[in-house]
Design a protein around this ligand. Structure first.
Ligand code: ADP
Length: 608
């Protein structure tokens, strides 16, 4: 016998399971059935990949009143010793760190903790809601059988055992029933829980009570109807059923934000049931994130997380596609090449984008929640999917220089008379961007500017030249400056002055010039030629891509009192130049390069 300790985070979760009062303790039955169903899926996939005929999957729950146990038996994939340690002794999730953090933030709040647990896929531990001890007997093909035992307090034991059947038996030694609530040793109570939460599980779930007389002649009947919810007409499925199926599918204990269910007829027939979750999964931005749609063919489960059915910019969508036409022995390679797969993907994308558009127009609050959670991901589609670029652009929510939020359609609708461009300011300066000097002439002319604050914005905006007939134009571009066109009287008179500044700044800037766009502020940076921010430059460089040389222009505003002062104080022009440069950096949200030099010079000027 070997003793092992639970990983620290796993222990935290266990403590929570054991000590919290759950609003709905019955869900552990659903979790364990879900795991059994997943294990059968995995064994099926393995058999299919090896060209074997998979065994019929089945799940059996056995109540033993005398021993006070409830067992979950499946003929799924089973676990070997390493699996037991990796799957049941740790939280095998790449987001473990985030999880621990979120958990400590959730503190005593049971509801939040429940949601978190669902999101992180620690469903097995829910057994400890009802059990004082859990015993897992399991066998994987070609491996010895093992028995895993734990009381959920710090450690667990693993031992070899004798067992021929491939699959797992999870036995819960139940805590004494307290007060109200369902009795997990009562057949009717357990049956009603299975019906309520696991009716649509695609494998039959049998319920037996130890010591009960069995009629040998009668075929046992499964408790669940096994009705594939996605195959039923949408009109007949109740919201509650959709939500339950979502729990089963996604192991998320919270409700989905929204779902859509449809059937495509014709030469490529399929049903799809797709969900948009409320929370992002922890691996949403990991390069190897698990995502995709579960593929069924004629109601037979074929593949989990099939990435060929959904593009990565919709990777938050979960669900099921059930095809009538794809061949049952489909492999990943075949799937990738089959034109029907591409057609399903195209249809799924269109339906989801349409659905989001409807939400945006009819359920603003829900849409705002969606956008906060997944907007960043959806925006990736602006680069990835040129055929849907316009629909995606219409779904984007933009902050504006007037402190409002707008869609691109509303922006165009409310343009000022004569306005012919869509103006934007891409900056990673965060909320401070609304005070950027570059917006001054636009504010003065009452023109609205879109504030693009995500790093990704800067990338797509280079890829999306226009919306409707309007070009996207950066407020710091030369083009925008020409339009801003504040007349500067006798520009020539400032030439010596700007030359002086250029001389003291040297190679830091390409050019120093009199600004036509600044109204109040003394200085700002703009770009000569194509505009690429320092952040983007670093990104491109790190990807080994060539980046055009940076040509920064320092614009100064002769109407600003500081600049006026500077022109009078010719001896200190070098010090002033350093300060101006730092001010322009600060306005762009950059950190000041040579801070000590800046401080010294500023101090000298202030002292004067
Ligand atoms: P999740 O199912 O969300 O991954 P769980 O904590 O419920 O998280 O389960 C952890 C892992 O333990 C599963 O991913 C699976 O690999 C394994 N496991 C759980 N139950 C079984 C079972 N009945 N048969 C085989 N493997 C199982």
């Amino acid at each position: 016998m070997e003793k092992h300790e639970f990983q620290a985070q796993a222990r935290q979760v266990l403590d929570l399971m054991i000590n919290s009062v759950y609003s709905n303790p019955d869900i552990f039955i659903r979790e364990l059935i879900s795991n059994a169903s997943d294990a059968i899926d995995k064994r099926r996939i393995e058999a299919l990949e090896n060209g074997k005929t998979p065994e019929e999957g089945r799940i059996t729950l056995v109540i033993n009143k005398e021993a006070k146990t409830l067992s979950f038996i499946d003929n799924g994939i089973g676990m070997d010793k390493d699996d037991l340690v990796a799957f049941l002794g740790t939280i095998a999730n790449s987001g473990t760190k985030e999880f621990a953090k979120a958990m400590s933030e959730a503190k005593g709040d049971a509801k939040t903790a429940e949601n978190l647990i669902g999101q992180f896929g620690v469903g097995f531990y829910s057994a400890f809601i009802a059990a004082e001890e859990v015993v897992v007997e399991t066998k994987k093909e070609g491996c010895p059988a093992y028995i895993w035992t734990s009381r959920g307090d710090g450690d667990y034991e693993i031992d070899e055992t004798s067992r021929e059947m491939i699959g797992s038996t999870i036995t819960l030694h139940l805590k004494d029933k307290k007060g109200e609530g369902k009795d997990y040793l009562d057949k009717w109570d357990v049956r009603s829980i299975i019906k309520e939460y696991s009716d649509f599980v695609t494998y039959p779930i049998f319920l037996e009570a130890e010591g009960e007389k069995k009629d040998e002649k009668e075929e046992p009947k499964p408790v669940n109807s096994m009705q594939a919810i996605w195959k039923r007409p949408a009109k007949e499925v109740k919201d509650e059923e959709y939500k339950e199926f979502y729990h089963h599918l996604c192991h998320d204990w919270d409700e989905p934000l929204d779902w859509l269910h449809y059937k495509a007829e014709g030469s490529n027939e399929f049903s799809a049931l797709l969900y948009i979750p409320k929370h992002p999964p922890m691996d949403l931005f990991y390069p190897d994130s698990k995502h995709g749609i579960d593929l069924f063919i004629k109601r037979v489960f074929i593949m989990k997380d099939c990435k060929d059915l959904i593009p990565s910019y919709l990777r938050f969508v979960k669900g099921v596609v059930d095809s009538e036409d794809l061949p049952l022995n489909v492999s990943r390679e075949i799937l990738q090449q089959d034109t029907r797969t591409a057609a399903i993907k195209k249809s799924v994308v269109k339906k989801i984008l349409d659905r989001l558009s409807k939400l945006q127009k009819k359920e603003a609050e829900k849409y705002a929640e969606f956008w906060r959670t997944f907007g960043m991901v959806l925006k990736e589609g602006l680069m990835q999917d040129s055929s849907n670029q316009e629909s995606i652009l219409k779904l984007c929510v933009f902050e504006t220089s007037k402190g409002e939020k707008t869609s691109i359609e509303d922006y165009v609708l409310h343009m000022e008379p004569g306005q012919e461009k869509i103006y934007y300011l891409a900056s990673t300066a965060g909320d401070a961007v609304i005070n950027s000097p570059k917006l001054e002439s636009f504010k003065k002319r009452n023109l609205t500017v879109l504030l693009l604050k995500d790093p990704i914005d800067e990338i797509w905006v280079h890829n999306v030249p226009k919306f409707d007939k309007y070009d996207f134009v950066s407020v710091s571009s030369e083009e925008a400056e020409k339009e801003a066109g504040e007349e500067v009287k006798d520009e020539g008179q400032y030439k010596d002055f700007t030359d002086e500044i250029k001389k003291s700044l040297g190679n830091l800037v390409e050019e120093v010039k009199i600004s036509h766009r600044l109204v109040d502020s003394p200085v700002c940076f703009t770009q000569k030629g194509e505009e690429i921010s320092p952040q983007m430059r670093n990104l491109f460089k790190s990807m080994g891509q060539p980046v055009p040389e940076e040509k920064r222009v320092l614009e100064v505003n002769p109407a600003n009192p500081l600049i006026k002062k500077m022109m009078e104080d010719k001896d200190s022009i070098a010090d002033y130049s350093t300060v101006l440069y730092a001010l322009a950096q600060a306005a762009d949200g950059e950190s000041i390069k040579d801070a000590s030099d800046f401080t010294a010079k500023l101090t000298a000027l202030l002292t004067k």
